[in-house]
Design a binder for this molecule. Structure first.
Ligand code: PGA
Length: 261
């Protein structure tokens, strides 16, 4: 069975004080939720400078112990003269377990191409991290009927380097770019169609990996939209940006994911 997953991407938001307060509220909320939070995987991805502090808070507070630490970005080398970058091994050293790879903001604003994204995926996997591989089409690509072509190209960039079997332990995140931070959530049918397509691409190469991989939906997930998205058979969880910064919204989303187990 695929363990459902909810990942909070805090992007470049927060301060030491606000992040501690947010985690505190999440901890209180999780301990009051009906259902068992340990049956789902909750991950928080803070800005890199706060990862150590967040790791310590997660380790110290009993109600937050089931939450894993994730990173928003990583570099594809273990060490060296790469000013400003952080290696997968350094993330592991901090207790980080998940890492977002190929987020559309990294591809779009920091010019990460498919090759760099694939190299980051490979380096993270070899270091023992779980890569959360983000793929998604622009609104123009959707209008032009090129959604599947884009998803296939992004997906194949990693498969070419690693083969398909290693995807079994990883996560894919379908994040249509037109839905990120815009308030325009994909319809449940659009999400299911894309997730089904991605699982099918993997199944052609490895049926076992296709059955095991968790495919998350991301793009303006809110307490209002989460349930219908999660009701889709190929949606195994959600990647949440804006709504993960409000404890109440994030807890409602976690509750919906827990209710699915
Ligand atoms: P959003 O961001 O929920 O604010 O749309 C999602 C993401 O960028 O991962």
């Amino acid at each position: 069975m695929r363990i459902p997953c909810v990942i909070a991407n805090w992007k470049m938001h927060g301060s030491l004080i606000s992040i501690s307060a947010l985690l505190n509220e999440i901890g209180i909320g999780l301990s009051c939720l009906a259902g068992d939070p340990s049956k789902v995987q909750i991950v928080v991805c803070p800005p890199s400078v706060y990862m150590n502090a967040v790791g310590n808070i997660l380790a110290e507070q009993v109600s937050l112990k089931s939450i894993q630490l994730g990173a928003q970005n990583v570099y594809c080398e273990s060490k060296g003269a790469f000013t400003g970058e952080v290696s997968p091994e350094m993330l592991v050293d901090l207790g980080c377990r998940y890492v977002l790879i190929g987020h559309s903001e990294r591809r779009g604003q920091f010019l990460e191409n498919d090759d760099l994204v694939a190299r980051k995926w490979v380096a993270s996997y070899h270091a023992g991290l779980t890569p959360v591989f983000c793929v998604g089409e622009t609104s123009l690509e959707r209008q032009q009927g090129k959604t599947f072509e884009t998803l296939r190209r992004q997906f194949e960039s990693v498969v070419e380097k690693m083969g398909a079997d290693c995807f079994a332990k990883g996560c894919l995140a379908y994040e249509p770019i037109w839905a990120i931070g815009t308030g325009l959530t994909a319809t449940p049918e659009q999400a299911e169609e894309a997730h089904c397509f991605l699982r099918g691409c993997l199944a052609k190469r490895s049926q076992a990996a296709a059955e095991e991989i968790r495919i998350l939906y991301g793009g303006s997930v809110t307490p209002t939209t989460v349930e219908s998205i999660l009701a889709q058979p190929n949606v195994d969880g959600v990647l949440v940006g804006g709504a993960s910064l409000q404890a109440c919204d994030f807890l409602t989303i976690c509750k919906a994911v827990i209710a699915r187990v």
